[in-house]
Design a binder for this molecule. Sequence first.
Ligand SMILES: [Zn+2]
Length: 468
Amino acid sequence: MLIRGTFVHAPHLKGLEIHYDHLICVDKDGIITQFAPANAPESAKFLEAHPEIPVSEVPSGSFILPTFCDLHLHAPQFLYQGTGLDLPLMQWLDRYALKAELRMDEDSTLARRVYTRLAARLKENGTGSVLLFGTIKEATNLILAECMQAAGIRAFVGKLSMDIDITSPESTTKTYVEPSARAALETARSFVGHCRGIAAHLPVSQRLVEPVLTPRFVPTCTDELLHGLGALSAELGVKVQSHLAEAKDQVEWVRALRGIEDIDVFDKGTLLTPRTIQAHCTFLTAPDFDRLNACGTAIAHCPLSNAYFSAKPFPLREALDQGVKVGLGTDVAGGYSLDIMNAMRQAVVVSRMREGERQMDASANSADISIDWKEALYLATRGGSQALGLAGVFAVGAPFDAQEIHLYDPRTGQGIGSLDYFDLESDHGGPGVDNMPLTLEHVEKWWCIGDTRNRGAVWVQGNEIRNV
Ligand SMILES: [Zn+2]
């Protein structure tokens, strides 16, 4: 595949790049083999050598961007997306989250229906890779993995592990727990094997789903289970995800029950490794971020659900300054939006509120702790991808995971969706779309108010999974 046009990506936190009139070459395995200016000698040489490959031209007013990475999403809770968010965390878990998970595990038809729709929505929102929390039952998580593989989405699927029941006596939900640590560990091992088997018949490059060990959070897991999962992760080389220091009541609960902090419980279970992604981490401090950086453990920052359930914003700038890998998560359904663009905006808004507070604190040090939209775009693409061992940029050797963004319609001469570029409109004296110089300001406007109407094709591993 050959695509010629404008490419935008963020290889570094402070380095959003626009590459004008570039040619990208993608081989049959979906790997980028060349990325250079269209008029560079290597591009001309490739075109000359391969006249049989058609060149897809990205229209003026459009650009190609890496797909988004959603680093934290509860797939079963998609059933109750946008419901009951006025409740405190533990009550919400009881009334909606656990109930959603139980319903999925009891009804495979419902699970397939919900997970198929989830995959379609992810594609609509430009999410090409996603780290998923599932349910307890192995078979339901295999359905989730099958739906993602069939949809062409790169999915890291987590079967929940939990051997302590947290449903309250007054709960509307029945008991939702595994019978013992031993049973939970056996099922986790079994799931890893079966999940890897789903795509085993395909060429390596087309295997898009990967199992993830998923202790729900400390209050639902005995030390025996956590230690067992730590050992299993090392033995099988499988990733781990959980929630760490998310909310005030949760942090206090762990302290009262275990006498130590969340982070120490995971550490003792050898669950803080480069294979681990921890959601939230809102209650961590600078020394904790140092520890995560030293362990290579990444953080899924979920600003929307933090606002609802954490009682405190995540110290994003501090985590980044300490060198911790950070990506963004929608945390559906603790967060109500599946669109990572909203997570980017919320991350910026929250950081600016924190910065405002810092400025009003006379004793605070002078460094700005806000992030800007370009840094948020990095987190949503490269940052999250790196947490999962993926690329998230356009580079030779990387898989072509990309989305086409349309800002301006050459046919109407106007912006698309909610975007208006008054100064460009040719019927009012502007230069017109054919002469549209795509600038950072144009991209910023899309970042602020763009939506699914601005999205065209989406590719994962070179396969076009959405064509509009
Ligand atoms: Zn979560």
